[in-house]
Design a binder for this molecule. Structure first.
Ligand code: CDP
Length: 241
């Protein structure tokens, strides 16, 4: 772990308090050829999410007569990080895609669409820590934009630990030099945590504090997701594209 001072007079280096998110904007319906899409900026992260489907599942042996298959694709664009990211699927990308697909499979009513596939693509155009949460947040808006029935919108957000303090939404420096990172995804409608991972060390008390803080963060992200969808349909009703 690199040594770096991350807090100054109770504030973080970017001026945030412990419970503050970075700035987030989400726009729904950015891509014409996808069934649903969303573009998200979260701090320095820039991410596009696109949903295709439900459509007939090929190859046939991957079909289920009981439910749709949900495939999630997470990729860092080669130019999204300081060193060029190799466009080949990495272990990290495969892991993020797997846990994200599992989280969304708990939320989408897959049983409504037997024998089909729903493809969810997320591409990180610019990365600056917290991209798995940001990508899932955008993917959830894109699924809603595609009109796919879900138990609810699923926001995602991380809490972590820096200099012994539990804080919300780690920045790049905090991610690299901090003590722990705990990304979650949360379903407000059901009060369920659908994804949880953790890097680093926390005491049980810090862990509980971090989970509560990450859930609070998700609730703030949830409001921004809803606003993005309402804005798209407001423009649509006014005759915009
Ligand atoms: O992005 P997230 O925090 O979900 O995942 P991570 O594996 O903890 O990566 C933290 C950050 O490291 C990413 O958001 C990127 O900014 C950076 N990173 C990078 O610079 N090059 C990579 N190949 C992977 C990650």
């Amino acid at each position: 772990m690199k040594e770096k001072k991350l807090m100054k007079k109770g504030k973080r280096l970017d001026g945030r308090g412990k419970e503050d998110l970075r700035d987030i904007t989400i726009e729904a319906g950015k891509l014409k050829r996808a069934d649903g899409s969303a573009y998200l900026e979260w701090g320095g992260n820039k991410i596009i999410a696109a949903v295709y489907g439900p459509r007939e599942c090929f190859p046939r042996h991957q079909r289920s007569p009981y439910k749709a298959r949900l495939d999630y694709y997470y990729r860092l664009a080669p130019f999204s990080v300081e060193d060029r990211a190799n466009p080949k699927p990495s272990r990290r990308g495969i892991e993020i895609s797997k846990v994200s697909a599992e989280a969304l499979s708990d939320v989408v009513f897959l049983e409504y669409f037997p024998n089909t596939t729903i493809d969810v693509y997320t591409v990180v155009l610019q990365a600056q820590a917290g991209t798995r949460c940001a990508a899932l947040t955008a993917a959830s808006v894109a699924l809603a934009d595609a009109g796919i029935p879900m138990k609810g919108l699923m926001p995602s957000c991380a809490a972590g630990k820096i200099e012994g303090e539990v804080v919300l939404d780690l920045s790049k420096d905090e991610d690299q030099c901090g003590e722990a990172d705990l990304p979650i995804a949360y379903l407000p409608n059901k009060d369920e945590i659908t994804l949880m991972q953790m890097d680093g060390d926390m005491t049980p008390k810090e862990y509980e504090e971090a989970v509560d803080l990450a859930v609070e963060g998700c609730m703030k992200v949830y409001e921004i997701q809803k606003k993005a969808l309402k804005e798209k349909y407001r423009q649509f009703n006014e005759g915009g594209e």
